[in-house]
Design a protein around this ligand. Structure first.
Ligand code: SF4
Ligand code: SF4
Ligand SMILES: [Zn+2]
Length: 135
């Protein structure tokens, strides 16, 4: 059964469970919200995760910030929409409107491989387990 821990949903709306760094065998990344030395430099130094406004916001997601969606987030969102067909801003709106539990349930359905039933990786056009091309 596919599981997604709530702490794998990053402040920017990224679902770290779908990230290639999380799924790789060698030195996997534990996810944005986990402080760990295995994280890549780009993630420990991420300007969104380290944003002062995020630290001050109660929700601990960018949607709780009065600048949401800021230019930095819009830029990331644009890149992911174009490259991977996924939107951080839509994810955040969904969490805000429906709650984290509902969002996670929807993510499990959205990102399941139609062929083998395992979880897809947003960064890879083929399923990591059965090679089915989904993207
Ligand atoms: S590399 Fe970044 S996006 Fe990927 S799992 Fe780690 S923290 Fe999340
Ligand atoms: S939306 Fe707000 S909390 Fe998130 S990165 Fe932008 S300024 Fe920081
Ligand atoms: Zn598969």
């Amino acid at each position: 059964m596919i599981t997604i821990s709530p702490k794998l949903i990053a402040p920017c709306g990224m679902n770290c469970r779908l990230c290639h760094a999380f799924t790789r065998e060698r030195k996997p990344c534990p996810g944005c919200r986990v402080d760990d030395c295995l994280k890549s430099k780009s993630c420990t130094e991420c300007k969104i995760k380290n944003c002062e406004k995020l630290a001050d916001c109660k929700a601990k997601y960018c949607f709780g910030c009065d600048s949401f969606p800021c230019d930095r987030l819009k830029h990331l969102d644009k890149r992911y929409r174009a490259k991977y067909g996924m939107s951080m801003i839509d994810n955040l709106e969904s969490i805000r409107k429906l709650g984290l539990k509902h969002f996670i349930r929807a993510e499990k359905e959205r990102w399941v491989c139609p062929k083998c039933g395992k979880m897809l990786c947003v960064h890879k056009p083929q399923c990591l387990y059965c090679q089915h091309t989904w993207h």
